[in-house]
Write a protein that binds this ligand. Structure first.
Ligand code: FDP
Length: 333
């Protein structure tokens, strides 16, 4: 069918009819997320006119200055989940601790959602693509009780749904509930997400690499040699790969999902565990990558297998086309 004819709501009904294992509530949840991110997309598109650019005086738990739009997006998502009654609690990059919703109905919510409300914060003020990343787990604590830290600290293999929204030249919602990856583009004339990228597959190999190369002299030797390999004619293309680094993980990931490529944020002296957060960034995108045929590792271990020890845990991250991630790992030893 022609791209754009199938709305997100139609697609959800079809998926639920075709696959009885998908819980109906997940359909409602992705619908709630779609509603919330439309609000964020609107604020993003208005930029300075909405008065949402710039910093707040506050810092998040990681000591990073918070942007106004970061905090607004966080509030929009929390409010959406709080009022939807499907979610019993959330954890987000912008909050020190997880939030247990305390209404009686929320205590019977089956899910927890972990999210980065606005990824690529340093690009907010300069009109470069940014995104929202989310991850959904079935809670492990008993229904009817408040959620606990154990609900949040589940390995990525337990995700029942994950995805991201890219606020770019168009707004796209890409998600998976464990049965492939589909991408929807927001149609400005109707305000609806329409299926534009059905059954997305990440090319097995590629010729794009994304890394903040300003750090290269401080990286481990194996990675230095891999980047030299990317820049040489020794790779499968016989030509140097192209370096492409937007500096918004979501945008770099999305480009690589479509064109093939690798994104790397390694351990560096300033961030020995890497810079990216396991729960809000690495796990959801690893889930999407694997569902699309790609790979996500720390360079040595599959991301989805990591049992988190803390909410704001960081990990080194190698994600993208399967053969490229495997090749990078072979250099690390
Ligand atoms: P940001 O801090 O601007 O939100 O999530 C962290 C992240 O951006 C990624 O989106 C991005 O790829 C990376 O950090 C950029 O870090 P560097 O500035 O160190 O390259």
């Amino acid at each position: 069918m022609e791209a754009g004819r199938i709305r997100l709501s139609d697609h959800l009904s079809q998926q639920l009819a075709a696959d009885q294992s998908i819980h109906r509530d997940l359909g409602r949840l992705i619908h709630d997320i779609a509603t919330a991110v439309k609000e964020i997309a609107l604020l993003t598109s208005q930029g300075a006119l909405a008065g949402v650019l710039g910093n707040l005086s506050s810092q998040n738990v990681q000591g990073e200055t918070q942007k106004k739009l970061d905090v607004l997006s966080d509030e929009i998502l929390i409010q959406t989940f709080r009022s939807g009654n499907l979610v019993a609690g959330i954890a987000s990059e912008e909050n020190d601790n997880f939030v247990a919703f305390n209404s009686e109905r929320a205590a019977f919510g089956s899910y927890v959602v972990l999210f980065d409300p606005l990824d690529g914060s340093s690009n907010i003020d300069v009109n470069v693509s940014i995104g929202t990343i989310f991850s959904v787990y079935r809670r492990v604590s008993p229904l009817g009780s408040p959620v606990t830290l154990d609900d949040m600290l589940q390995p990525g293999t337990e995700q029942v749904m994950a995805g991201y929204v890219l606020y770019g030249s168009s707004t796209m919602l890409v998600y998976s509930s464990g049965n492939g990856v589909n991408g929807f583009t927001l149609k400005p004339s109707t305000g609806e997400f329409c299926l534009s990228h059905a059954n997305m597959r990440m090319p097995e190999n590629g010729r794009l690499y994304a890394m903040n190369e300003g750090n290269i002299q401080e990286c481990e030797q194996g990675l230095v040699r891999y980047i030299q390999y990317c820049q040489s004619r020794e790779n499968q293309t016989g030509m140097p790969y192209s370096g492409r680094y937007i500096g918004s993980l979501v945008a770099d990931f999305h480009r690589n999902l479509i064109k093939g490529g690798i994104y790397i944020y390694p351990s560096v002296p300033a961030s020995p565990e890497g810079r990216l957060r396991l729960l809000y960034e690495c796990n959801p995108l690893a889930f999407i990558a694997e569902q699309a045929g790609g790979l996500a590792t720390t360079g040595r271990q599959r991301i989805l297998d990591i049992v988190p020890a803390q909410l704001h845990q960081r990990v080194p991250y190698y994600v993208g086309s399967k053969l490229m991630v495997e090749k990078a790992m072979s250099f690390l030893g």
